[in-house]
Design a binder for this molecule. Structure first.
Ligand code: ADP
Ligand code: MG
Length: 244
């Protein structure tokens, strides 16, 4: 067996003094895409924030391993360098820093930046302050553009489709597929994904391998993502708790 790309054991996380995650276990193998479903406030953003190492999410128990090594005490930039990337649900606007400047810090080549921005209809946004005055859909596209240039081994997407119009959902799905190496065979594929979604729309396009339901800071069940989504649509999240 290969070492899993990501291994999370009994993860407990607090924000301020409030416990949000109550012992999460999750293993993501190389080359696979996992999806997380859960109602508002169940701890989805907290989970990806804790994996990324954002300082407001305090790990009080458990461990996060990436490529077999514990990363639980590493700062965000070291995790990013190791190959963990997060497209935020609600990224902040950054006054005084242009999107181009940020992309240049991620990847030096101007040609690559221009080509990638152009293909995502964001060429006119490059010299604007990051996210300042961007529409909801433009913010999401900007996040995916950053991920495309970062090209992380573990791509985490926090509700990438929310607020994005139909045409642009198809566009970002194509880019996400490219980052996740969906065009090459699963035996050769190295890239992994962790996707949070409400609509499930995105997973029809990117074909996820494993789905999980999170409720009140715990993963309640795991299985075929399409089947889980079908059940949630029919019976709601609360029934997931009952069927266990
Ligand atoms: P989800 O992404 O599943 O909607 P979150 O992980 O964002 O949920 O939030 C989980 C819980 O943590 C929610 O009840 C939310 O209100 C709370 N929370 C998030 N951020 C903070 C914060 N900065 N201070 C206090 N509580 C917070
Ligand atoms: Mg969230």
């Amino acid at each position: 067996m290969n070492t899993p790309l990501l291994e999370i054991e009994n993860l407990k996380v607090e924000i301020g003094n409030k416990r949000i995650l109550h012992g999460v276990n999750l293993t993501i193998e190389e080359g696979t895409v996992h999806v997380i479903f859960g109602p508002n406030g169940s701890g989805k953003t907290t989970l990806v924030g804790a994996i990324m190492g954002l300082p407001q999410y305090r790990v009080t128990d458990g461990d996060i391993k990436f490529k077999g090594e514990s990363i639980t005490s590493l700062p965000v930039h070291k995790r990013a360098k190791l190959g963990i990337g997060l497209a935020f649900q609600r990224p902040p606007a950054v006054k005084g820093v242009s999107l181009f400047y940020l992309l240049k810090a991620i990847k030096g080549s101007e040609n690559d930046i221009l080509a990638a921005a152009d293909s995502m209809n964001l060429k006119d946004h490059l010299h604007r302050d990051i996210n300042k005055g961007f529409s909801g859909g433009e913010i999401k596209r900007s996040e995916i553009l950053q991920m495309r240039l970062m090209n992380p081994a573990l791509l985490m997407l926090d509700e990438p489709e929310s607020g994005v119009d139909f045409e642009n959902i198809l566009l970002i799905s194509e880019i996400i597929k490219e980052i996740l190496e969906k065009e090459i065979s699963i035996t050769k594929r190295k890239k992994s994904g962790l996707v949070i979604t409400h609509t499930g729309f995105i997973i029809q396009h990117i074909q996820a391998d494993v789905g999980h339901v999170i409720l009140d800071g715990k993963i309640l069940c795991s299985g075929n993502p399409q089947e889980i989504l079908g059940r949630i649509k029919k019976y709601g999240f609360e029934k997931c708790a009952e069927c266990l």
